[in-house]
Design a protein around this ligand. Structure first.
Ligand code: KIV
Length: 271
């Protein structure tokens, strides 16, 4: 069993897999939620570029910027003590050249204090992953549905359904492991395929819509809390209905202010 108070390192995740201990991951974009998740024992806080959709209201993750990710990752690091904090690298910050990838990922690591970065893609970016790992930057991979390729993939859909695509995914996962990635996110992958990939790797797989056999799971926090009502998917279980709670609380405040002017009495300063 791992020590519940010790800050986690990327090596703890591999150890967890070897010992059959599951990995609990959630997206996180700010210090306030980082504190709550850290106190609740979440192992990995992923500062996903989904922040661009969930908080900034964009249609896709494609317009997320390095500055935006640095801002949110710094905030998450300020709020967390134990969890491993991973920053999602935005579109075109690591694909253009290995030099740019090292410069941008290194900047993220140095400026935010996060523990690693996440990149989307398999064999085509394996040499970049190797170069990053060689300079001391821990890398988490991301395979299956990769949101930065949403247009190329023809929309938000399950990947690896036919034999050829399934073989490609298995090969991508191996390429990432061989290049030194410390974990791989599998998004929207059929459960049996995710199970085969998980069994073939020594590094952990973290699933999102990839079935129960992955070594851990990640969900978008705002989906789990029922704050992001506009998004629903088969793999999202809502554990709370906070959007409803927010509306109720704000309506109550508005009604009290309009009808009884509650601020005037007990919540004001007589002198
Ligand atoms: O951006 C994100 O939040 C992600 C997770 C959904 C894996 O990449």
């Amino acid at each position: 069993m791992s020590d519940a108070r010790q800050p986690l390192t990327v090596h703890d995740l591999t150890r967890r897999k070897a010992q059959g201990e599951r990995i609990v991951a959630l997206t996180c974009y700010d210090a306030l939620f980082a504190r709550l998740l850290d106190e609740s024992g979440v192992d990995v806080l992923l500062v996903g570029d989904s922040v661009n959709q969930v908080l900034a209201g964009a249609e896709t993750t494609l317009s997320a910027t390095l500055e935006q990710m640095i801002y949110h990752t710094k905030s998450v690091r300020r709020g967390s003590e134990r969890a491993l904090v991973i920053c999602d690298m935005p579109f075109l910050t690591y694909q253009i050249s290995r030099e740019e990838a090292i410069k941008n990922c290194g900047r993220v690591l140095a400026e935010t204090g996060c523990h690693g970065v996440k990149l989307e893609g398999g064999r085509p970016i394996a040499e970049t992953v190797r170069a990053l790992v060689a300079v001391g930057i821990p890398v988490m991979g991301h395979l299956g549905f990769t949101p930065q390729s949403v247009h190329a993939l023809g929309g938000y859909r399950v990947q690896g359904r036919d034999k050829q695509a399934a073989e490609r995914l298995k090969d991508d996962a191996k390429a990432l492991e061989e290049a030194g990635a410390f974990a791989v996110v599998l998004e929207l992958v059929p459960a049996p395929l995710a199970s085969q990939i998980t069994a073939s790797l020594a590094i952990p797989t973290i699933g999102i819509g990839a079935g129960p056999a992955c070594d851990g799971q990640v969900l978008v926090l705002h989906d789990l809390l029922g704050l992001n009502e506009r998004f629903s998917a088969k793999f999202v279980k809502r554990y709370a209905t906070l959007a409803e709670d927010v509306r109720e609380a704000v309506k109550l405040y508005a009604a009290e202010e309009r009808e009884v002017r509650y601020l005037v009495e007990e919540h004001s300063f007589p002198k």
